[in-house]
Design a protein around this ligand. Structure first.
Ligand code: IYR
Length: 228
């Protein structure tokens, strides 16, 4: 390695049995996570959201530029504006505006198991809309000029960690990606070098919430992993 400033790194060793038990227990908790489309308006402590965002902010990323911003929308007026704008886009996607759908027949067919349509009431009901922005430029100082690297990969990993931490804090989530999402930059008052990547809807599921049975079909380890 070339000469650079360092600090010691220690990760306490675990007995194999404990390491296995801890990894399996986290797996089992993450297995309970579902993408939820039915939220109640029940409040969730702000500290849960703050801690989850801090957890997301520890994600590995390009050159440690940490190219993310999490705009937490709680105001009913802003949530309503985002819902209306998102539903406009979704109506075009699903062809609910009377025109030919923007989505291909194959895509609409793939979504049929999920039952989704252009109606997105959860964008107003859920207490938090965490709008995740990817900073194409800015560096660690957020100067808007310095080039950032592996932005999509970095922010994608951060979103995974955000969702895992929210789940751990008793929140249901939905990763929502209206397309196109340009309207979110203006709604969240973010600069032009930031690109909205997704909305992470967070809150408690409604009492009558359901999830599509299709979502329970998970590929087994033997299919998702190979050992070489
Ligand atoms: N953004 C649309 C469509 C959609 C697309 C995929 I791929 C999904 O997994 C779910 C939905 C919507 O939110 O309805």
């Amino acid at each position: 390695m070339k000469d650079h400033d360092t600090v010691p790194y220690h990760l306490p060793a675990l007995p194999a049995e404990e390491a296995i038990a801890r990894a399996q227990s986290l797996r089992d908790r993450l297995k309970e996570r579902r993408s939820c489309r039915y939220f109640s308006d029940q409040p969730v402590p702000r500290e849960v959201i703050e801690a989850a965002i801090e957890a997301a902010g520890t994600a590995p990323n390009g050159a440690n530029h940490q190219p993310w911003h999490f705009a937490v929308v709680t105001s009913p007026e802003k949530k309503r504006a985002i819902r209306l704008a998102a539903e406009e886009e979704e109506k075009r996607f699903y062809g609910e505006d009377g025109d030919k759908p923007k989505a291909s027949d194959e895509w609409l067919d793939a979504l049929s198991d999920l039952g989704t349509d252009a109606d997105k009431p959860f964008l107003e009901t859920a207490p938090y809309l965490i709008v995740v922005f990817a900073q194409r430029k800015g560096g660690i100082e957020e100067d808007g000029k310095t080039q950032n690297y592996y932005v999509n990969e970095s922010v994608g990993i951060a979103c995974g960690m955000l969702i895992a931490a929210l789940h751990e804090g008793g929140c249901s989530t939905l990763t929502h990606t209206p397309s196109p999402m340009g309207f979110l930059r203006e709604a969240c008052e973010r600069p032009e070098w930031e690109k909205p990547l997704m909305i992470v809807v967070a809150g408690r599921p409604s009492a009558d919430a359901t999830v599509p049975a299709h979502a329970l079909k998970k590929k087994p380890l033997s299919q998702i992993a190979s050992w070489l």
